[in-house]
Design a binder for this molecule. Structure first.
Ligand code: ZN
Length: 762
């Protein structure tokens, strides 16, 4: 034999053997695809989708392939039957396979199985047991098992006898899992059936899920009816045993496709806090006998058994033993005994009543020591942030905030009643008012000052009218930009922006004939000198930049305008790597913030604020964000320090973290939920996202987003909000607020709000 021929024969033989082996393998192969590790992330495919083969939501469409891929869904659950129709022969049901043309050679389940196994997606089929008797259930499932070799068969809405399930599990292949899907209550009854390979829990919250799972050696899949699905998945992935989740009717999935992936991202090391309420039974309010004008008080305390008794009436305590009872007071002395188990405490609360004795003649309102100034006098602000008001009697009518040390020319003095005093306010060039108590009066006058008859003007010097003498600009690498205006004095600069335009009014100032430099940020700029001062208006070049925020800083000799370009997500698993967030845990050190129902026997507001901030920081950092905290421990930075740090850092978002309380005259057992405050219009979106995302993640009530003038949020450099996460005065809410579980849910909601507030990369 020559060598060529022998090689050919060997090759032919090898090929034949290989073909034979392959053929045998194919014939014997179990065609089911089963995922082997990691949690099951399943989606239920509604029966309706099947009947519209050509709609985008059909499981046969590209859309569905995408949907599975972007969300990393590894399991599909197809329903076999609904009220009238089925995909297999069930007596009394219309078999839908009969009227399909396109797939007429093969039935739906075969087609779907082929479709999904191509993409390594395991297929479960679900039988809706609701309207089937036990015989039909048995027949249908045995038929499905025999004909399709499925990864699992789900018994949906199963409320029948445990025996049928046991019978079933003996009749189906050991390779096919039997999964029970049912409501929380039925599951409690059915949870010990033999032969069940897994459970899908409906209506189970995170804690119930954790408890149920810990008792089972088979997988338990969380069903997504809960609005807090993402934070639940986050908690389970990071802290507990997690077999998987079934996502059905999750509207946000395709739009917010990253959220589930983020939730499933395991973080490296998340700090734990382990906060607790400690100590014996104690009444924390009132601590001792007291007198009050309140007609009712909210009695609080901790260390109770399951109930607390107040003067004979029984009230439930929260799970951690804290309690709050609304108690109506009679006039005069009220003897109140609060007890729980063998402990009790008796207090006397005296309700006083207002008495209007004496003269009904209105007393003259006293004046403070501020003075009237003639038009043309110069004053100077002495606080880091002073409000200009549209109405000097109304603190909420803020028209602008001005910086420390700026000088203002008085146009007119008005008299105004504020609180129990009369005071003066000075009208300014832009027709706003500044309170006389917020400025020092300088011995300077404008050139057209008109003195009183007897006034000696020798002691006054003439005010050096501010002139803008030149302007510079520089583009920064990150897309931000800085204008510098050189001014020979310190005028107040009033600024306004709607995102497309930014205008600066240099009050009482003249702008010389100068050139405003061109920049990547600005398309066009105009300068006008008016009676109010010099006004410079910039048109933002919105093709080039998005004005996310800005900062105006006034110093002796110059005014700096910092332009903050919008941050962007990056298309990576660190989507926030270009984003800087300042987290501001409220209060701290000497300032405990609101005391909870447990008072100092449990965590107080400053502790909760710091824990939520630390938890949020670790989550945000795992997404790549740069996070700066205004305090890292139990210290108290002044409000202005927190605000000025933010102006210095120039972050993309500022979030002040707080917990809420109520006056002790309210029935705080009915007050609950989270709410968010913002000051600038550009912060409104973040505030809404915070309220929404935190409410969803924690399942606390969403009380909404509101405009308010909290000091730390009065910042234009970026969206800035103050979040009230929950009420420490409500025992039910408080008992959850300090648990690691709720702290991380709140933190996850915050991180999602941050993510959603940042524009997309494309
Ligand atoms: Zn606070």
């Amino acid at each position: 034999m020559n060598r060529k021929k022998s090689t050919a024969i060997i090759c032919t033989t090898v090929t034949f053997v290989l073909l034979l082996v392959t053929a045998l393998f194919v014939i014997n192969a179990d065609t089911r695809f089963k995922i082997r590790k990691g949690p099951v992330i399943a989606t239920e495919i509604s029966f309706d989708y099947l009947r519209h083969d050509h709609s985008h939501a059909s499981p046969f469409s590209d859309w569905f392939d995408d949907y599975f891929a972007v969300n990393k869904i590894n399991t599909a659950i197809i329903m076999v039957n609904d009220r009238e129709n089925s995909l297999v022969d069930i007596p009394g049901f219309h078999n839908l396979n009969a009227d399909r043309e396109e797939y007429s050679q093969k039935d739906y389940i075969t087609q779907l199985k082929k479709q999904f196994s191509k993409n390594k997606i395991q297929l479960f089929v679900a039988v809706d047991c609701d309207e089937l008797d036990e015989n039909k259930i048995l027949d249908t499932i045995v038929f499905l098992d025999k004909n399709y070799k499925l990864a699992a068969i789900v018994l949906d809405n199963y409320t029948h006898s445990p025996q049928t399930v046991e019978l079933l599990s003996q009749q189906v292949s050991r390779k096919t899992d039997i999964i029970l899907k049912t409501g929380n209550e039925e599951l409690a009854v059915l949870s010990d059936i033999q032969g069940v390979d897994g459970y899908i829990c409906e209506d189970m919250n995170h804690s119930q899920y954790v408890r149920f799972t810990s008792e089972k050696d088979v997988p338990v899949y969380l069903h997504c009816d809960s609005p807090s699905l993402e934070s639940d998945i986050f908690m389970l992935t990071n802290f507990d045993k997690f077999s998987g989740a079934v996502i059905s009717q999750y509207d946000g999935l395709y739009e917010k496709l990253t959220n589930i992936i983020f939730a499933r991202n395991k973080k490296k090391s998340l700090p734990k806090f382990g906060m607790n309420v400690t100590g014996d039974f104690s009444v924390t309010y009132p601590e001792k006998d007291m007198a009050t004008y309140y007609s009712a008080i909210f009695i609080t305390g901790c260390g109770a058994d399951t109930t607390v008794n107040v003067n004979g009436a029984e009230f439930p305590a929260a799970t951690d033993g804290t309690f709050g009872v609304y108690y109506e007071l009679a006039e005069g002395d009220n003897k109140i005994t609060v007890s729980s188990g063998n402990d009790s405490k008796t207090l006397t609360v005296t309700r006083k009543v207002y008495s209007y004795s004496g003269s009904s003649i209105q007393k003259e309102i006293p004046w403070d020591d501020t003075i009237k100034l003639n038009p043309g006098r110069i004053v100077r602000s002495f606080s880091p942030l002073t409000s200009l008001l549209k109405d000097p009697a109304d603190d909420s009518s803020i028209s602008a905030g001005i910086e420390q040390g700026v000088k203002l020319a008085v146009k007119e003095t008005v008299e105004v009643k504020r609180g129990n005093n009369m005071t003066h306010a000075y009208k300014l060039a832009d027709d706003s008012y500044i309170l006389a108590s917020n400025v020092e009066v300088l011995d300077e006058i404008t050139a057209d000052y008109q003195p009183d008859k007897k006034e000696n003007t020798d002691k006054y010097s003439v005010y050096n009218t501010p002139h803008i003498t030149s302007a510079e600009y520089s583009d920064l690498e990150n897309g931000d930009g800085i204008f510098t205006f050189y001014v020979n004095n310190m005028p107040a600069v009033i600024h306004n922006s709607n995102g497309k335009q930014l205008s600066l009014l240099f009050m009482d100032t003249v702008c010389d004939e100068i050139k405003i430099p061109s920049s990547d940020f600005i398309r066009n700029s105009t300068v006008t000198n008016t009676e109010k001062g010099a006004e410079i208006t910039f048109d933002i070049d919105t093709n080039n930049r998005i004005l996310w925020g800005y900062d105006v800083k006034t110093e002796e000799g110059k005014v700096t305008l910092y332009l903050n370009n919008a941050p962007r997500h990056t298309d990576s698993d660190k989507p926030l790597e270009n984003v800087t967030v300042v987290l501001d845990p409220g209060h701290g050190g000497k300032d405990p913030g609101a005391l909870g129902v447990a008072s100092l026997n449990g965590p107080v507001e400053k502790d909760l604020n710091l824990a939520v901030a630390k938890a949020t920081k670790s989550i945000l950092e795992s997404y790549g964000a740069n996070v700066v905290m205004t305090r890292e421990d139990d210290t108290f930075p002044e409000l202005e320090d927190r605000r000025s740090l933010t102006r210095e850092i120039k972050p993309d978002l500022f979030i002040s973290i707080h917990h809420n309380s109520m006056d002790y005259s309210y029935n705080s057992s009915t007050v609950r939920g989270s709410e968010c405050y913002y000051f600038t219009d550009s912060s409104k979106n973040l505030a809404k996202l915070m309220a929404q995302n935190i409410s969803t993640a924690t399942e606390r009530k969403n009380r909404g987003a509101y405009k308010a003038r909290y000091y730390v949020t009065r910042n234009d450099i970026c969206p800035a909000v103050l979040m009230e996460y929950g009420f420490v005065i409500n025992p039910q809410e408080y008992s959850r607020l300090y648990t690691d579980e709720d702290i991380y849910k709140a933190a996850y909601g915050t991180a999602m709000a941050v993510y959603n507030a940042i524009p997309n990369y494309n």
